[in-house]
Design a protein. Structure first.
Length: 194
């Protein structure tokens, strides 16, 4: 099981109602149903991935997460998940705030574009980084936003969003010391301040 999926499973209470935004092939959603007895749905834009979800018996809507939350009522879900999808949306602030409206808590997983290996590539090679975790060239990347874990923390503070838990990931391990420098990925459990 992927490290980020293990952490997300730890964040989520059993029998919760979840919405997975950008759910891909449904691997995480399927794990949540099997291991945590969760119920819920996903939203995905890629039709091939939707067919894979359907083959797993999952309920997934075809849609764009930039506009796909307007039809959901307030606090309809216990958790809204944005794992590896936030950096690909056009309006991330709107998507996060809408996710906090329809979910009691949200889980956000983002790649860290400022980890040490990326910094070295920029400094010593003078080129946009290409790593195992960020395997795309600048001209074919699906990522529209390039942020660091520190950027995301500032965003949360400036928008009255409480970070309940933060985990930095490097390879198959979590990292506690200086995650903005060493972690390739950050996972956050968030809720809106009242």
């Amino acid at each position: 099981m992927r490290t980020d999926h293990k952490i997300i499973l730890d964040f989520i209470e059993p029998k919760s109602k979840v919405l997975d935004l950008g759910c891909g092939d449904g691997t995480l959603l399927s794990l949540l149903f099997q291991k945590k007895s969760c119920r819920g749905t996903g939203i995905e834009i890629d039709e091939k991935a939707i067919y894979e979800c359907m083959a797993k018996g999952l309920t997934v809507s075809h849609g764009d997460i930039d506009t796909g939350l307007a039809d959901y009522s307030d606090k309809r879900f216990d958790y809204v998940i944005l794992n590896e999808s936030l950096q690909q949306v056009l309006h991330p602030k709107k998507v996060i705030l809408e996710s906090l409206r329809v979910g009691k808590k949200i889980i956000v997983g983002i790649p860290n574009f400022c980890h040490v290996r990326a910094r070295f590539q920029i400094f010593f090679q003078g080129r946009v980084p290409v790593t195992k975790e960020l395997p795309f060239q600048w001209y074919d990347t699906p990522n529209l936003r390039f942020l660091s874990l520190k950027d995301f923390r500032y965003f949360c503070r400036n928008n009255a969003i409480t970070i309940l838990h933060e985990k930095g990931i490097i390879g198959q391990k979590t990292i506690c010391c200086r995650p903005n420098l060493f972690a390739h990925t950050g996972l956050y459990l968030l809720e809106k301040q009242t």
